[in-house]
Ligand binder design. Structure first.
Ligand SMILES: [Zn+2]
Length: 227
């Protein structure tokens, strides 16, 4: 891990605080949905939604670059998709097998935020996106990268490229909108179908990903890496 000293350190800390602050603002706005209507959030126009999402994305890119993430795969080839998981191109081009997991994040978040009463779709989308971007940054922090390498199928993982992180966020957003379009039961069915397909095809999926990150099990690790 690289040393952080002097000016770099303070800028880095500020970037980190900005991201945390953004999350806190999101939580406060979410809580405001519990207030009586006259004290609630102003309704958002499409332009404002896009402006807020754009700002969060720019902050995320700046943060990822400071963390030392590369813009694109080291191979330099322009292919937008890389399917093979056990390859140095995984998580380095735009879309890969794990893009599906990010689509599922969107489906899950749509369901979760659907439970908050009196909150407009625009605000739900912004709050959920704040969490997704926060996760994407956390996923690319040295602590989580090391945990992934030790405990999961991601043996050579050195963090996503910035292009891949952005595409992950696009995949999440697609999942969020997909869930809205499908409704509850079709969304649940789609979720289960993707999870089963992924575990059969690549011995990894969102559920295993979360499990192995929080509570690593040796037997699962061996099964995932053993072939
Ligand atoms: Zn490549």
């Amino acid at each position: 891990m690289r040393k952080r000293v002097g000016v770099f350190s303070s800028i880095h800390t500020q970037a980190h605080d900005s991201v945390v602050g953004l999350g806190a603002i999101g939580i406060v706005y979410g809580m405001s949905s519990l207030l009586p209507p006259e004290d609630r959030l102003p309704s958002l126009t499409h332009h404002r939604v896009l402006a807020i999402l754009g700002l969060m994305t720019v902050l995320a890119v700046i943060y990822l670059r400071w963390q030392g993430r590369v813009w694109w795969c080291e191979c330099g080839r322009p292919f937008p998709v890389s399917i093979v998981v056990q390859s140095e191109h995984n998580s380095q081009h735009l879309f890969d097998a794990y893009s599906l997991s990010h689509v599922l994040h969107g489906v899950l978040f749509f369901g979760l935020f659907w439970l908050i009463p009196n909150l407009s779709l625009a605000w739900r989308f912004i709050l959920a996106t704040t969490i997704e971007i926060g996760w994407e940054l956390l996923e690319n922090s040295p602590i989580v990268i090391d945990r992934y390498r030790q405990n999961t199928a991601s043996l050579g993982y050195t963090g996503d490229s910035i292009a891949n992180s952005l595409a992950d966020i696009v995949s999440y957003a697609a999942g969020f909108l997909l869930a809205r379009w499908l409704g509850l039961w079709k969304s649940v069915a789609a979720f289960v179908l993707v999870e089963i397909t992924m575990v059969l095809a690549m011995r990894d999926n969102l559920s295993l990903n979360v499990l192995m990150l929080l509570w690593p099990i040796e037997a699962v690790k061996q099964w995932q890496t053993g072939g």
